[in-house]
Ligand binder design. Sequence first.
Ligand SMILES: [Mn+2]
Length: 326
Amino acid sequence: MKSSSFAKNLLKVCKNAQNVAISGHLNPDYDALGSCLSLQNILKQNGITADIILEKPLENNFEYLSANYTFVTTPTKLYDVLITVDTAELKMLPENVLAIRENAKFTFNIDHHQSNKNYAQFNFVQGETSSACEVLYYLFRKYFTLNQELASLFYIGIYADTGGFVYSNTQANTFKCLAELIFTGINADKLLLQFFRGKTLTEFEMTKRAFDSVKFYDNNQIAVSVLRFKDFQDLNASLNDGKFIISYLQTLDGVKVAICVSEPKLNDFHVSLRTSADNVNVSEIAQNFGGGGHIKASGMTLKGDFDKALSALIRYVTHYLKGLEK
Ligand SMILES: [Mn+2]
């Protein structure tokens, strides 16, 4: 569907609806949360009230961003419209949102994941775009006034999903959008310091441990860092505290696939995959293990025996890289 008719249709459906729900993916990141909040803001400018549904209250690093907003974790209303943003497939949605989906008359899916399954009634997916925030920005540009609040939300989401405007998903249109955001007079430098460049001591200690854990495989083409449950427990850390290392590993000479494994809960392994190699598509690797994402940045979860699961992953990546040589 073309962007203009998609946006128009969505606004029309929402105007006629009783209750509208918005959701991003599980364990929301800055893009997921930023796109939920900005969409809520855009709808509000069009006279539409919408609730953002979360699985659980936000963790502290999002508190500042979300100080002015309310979220619903235990839905009591019947929602007839559900809009999901930044979510590639249904299994990435919280249980409470899946329950809303059962009863919703209209479902919309707005996303930028290449692996998106087009699971809604109305789908608007741009796999080449930097972030869900950028998709929303252009999709609804005619239908909102760009204020500083919206500009900050978009800016943070785009910064996060482009790794600070450096990943290959940072396109000319991304910079065009960023320029317009900055023209609103937001203090971009302050925002970045607040959300990204500012680091906590917990993050620093987790990063130290992550660096110590790094092992290389397949002639140094695969780099793996592992943060176990004990590390999270010792430092009272959350999933995001150990994430910095992956962007470092992916830029190391000769490394084709960077893998970062985190176990924030016992036996619950979150795996992030990154590549800077032209011919590597890490979303293919993630999909083989039930995950998904983007060509250069993907993720999945592993369950079961850790050592076996990790060796299976490394074997698979080795095999995958060998296949590229042919
Ligand atoms: Mn995203």
